[in-house]
Design a protein around this ligand. Structure first.
Ligand SMILES: [Zn+2]
Length: 371
């Protein structure tokens, strides 16, 4: 009798286990929000549409993009234009809000919008920005400053100086230095000197980072860096430098990395240069994924602010050896751009999203509840 009852209980348990395996466990919103990465790394390929990623994949065979388990699309419109530009495109990603074209982390009425970098800083995390353009250019600026026009690069530099960001690696030294010293500032201020006074280590070339955590500014060129293939510092080297410092912070970090000049190859309709820029961005993606794999608590999201050039691809040979490009514009286009995600909470980034939703999901990944 006892054995029969025991067998029946066992059978019930087995049936129960099978039933549990057969039906997916309900995931509540609370469960999804408990997946909180320690670090968040956003990588933006400026002007990198699906065709730009396809070009690299068809040209090079396998890419670092192949390592992402989650992919989706982002609709890139600004608040007032079907076809966006980089300031409003980056603002959607950095603040979770669409704004008027040309504005930098500021809404259509002139109200400053908190950026995801600022939110991460408010949580006690370290923050960093890496770009191959001037660090004051539209995309990096949308994480660090609030102005009504992307053209105000001197003002952006002034805001960056007091932003409290920990790591800057990119170009744009002239916007921090006065005209009498060869810079672009008419107000006579040397912002690098004042940052040095606040404890930043200041460099004008890539260096091995100091042995313990500290803030640093590496401005590698007066304005943008030279194009891929001609610049001394590669984006991978710049990322290594930033990660080398940020990984030492005890409460984790937020890092934005921009492959700024993918966009410029698109504006120039220069296919060989586009492949060089994409290849360099791909290597940097690989470095970030290597770090995230080793770390285990890093969310990596790679996307674009918009597509540039209206790129189409043609050829006959499946090995890509005769890959050809046709461009439909020297401006941006309205095509959706790809989104790739890796790490804790990556699932939220799949499917089709508006660009501002990607921004809101980054806030949520860091623990922000609500809108
Ligand atoms: Zn552009």
């Amino acid at each position: 009798m006892f054995m029969t009852a025991f067998k029946n209980i066992s059978a019930l348990l087995v049936i129960g286990v099978i039933a549990c395996l057969a039906c997916p466990a309900p995931v509540s919103a609370q469960d999804a929000d408990s997946v909180r990465p320690r670090n968040v790394i956003l990588m933006i390929g400026d002007g990198m549409g699906a065709a730009q990623v396809s070009a690299l994949r068809l040209h090079a065979g396998r890419t670092q993009f192949d390592r992402f388990p989650t992919a989706g699309f982002s609709v890139t419109c600004s608040a007032d234009h079907l076809v966006t530009e980089s300031a409003s495109g980056a603002t959607a990603l950095s603040t979770g809000r669409r704004t008027t074209s040309g504005r930098v982390a500021m809404d259509s009425t002139g109200r400053p919008l908190q950026t995801v970098l600022e939110y991460a800083k408010s949580l006690g995390k370290a923050t960093g920005v890496v770009a191959t353009s001037a660090i004051t250019h539209a995309t990096p600026a949308a994480f660090l400053a609030h102005v009504d026009s992307r053209k105000k690069q001197n003002e952006i530099a002034g805001q960056i100086t007091v932003s409290g960001v920990n790591v800057l690696v990119g170009g744009g030294r002239q916007f921090f230095t006065p005209a009498q010293e060869g810079g672009a500032r008419g107000d006579g201020l040397n912002l690098l000197l004042s940052m040095g006074g606040k404890g930043y280590a200041i460099f004008d070339s890539l260096r091995d980072v100091p042995g313990r955590f500290g803030s640093m500014v590496m401005l590698l060129a007066p304005d943008a860096l030279a194009p891929a293939g001609a610049r001394a510092a590669t984006l991978s080297g710049m990322v290594d430098c930033a990660l080398g410092m940020l990984r030492r912070h005890e409460h984790g970090f937020f890092l934005m990395v921009e492959g700024s000049q993918i966009d410029w190859a698109g504006h120039a309709n220069d296919f060989p240069q586009l492949l060089r820029e994409m290849s360099e961005f791909d290597s940097a993606v690989g470095r970030v994924l290597d770090f995230a794999e080793g770390d285990g608590s890093t969310l990596v999201v790679v996307t674009a602010d918009h597509e540039t050039g209206g790129l189409s691809l043609f050829g006959e040979k499946p090995d890509g050896s005769d890959l050809r490009a046709a461009w439909s514009t020297t401006e941006h286009s309205a095509s959706m751009v790809p989104v790739f995600a890796f790490g804790p909470g990556r699932e939220r980034f799949g499917g089709i999203r508006d660009n501002a939703d990607i921004g809101r999901l980054l806030f949520r990944a860091l623990g922000k509840i609500g809108d």
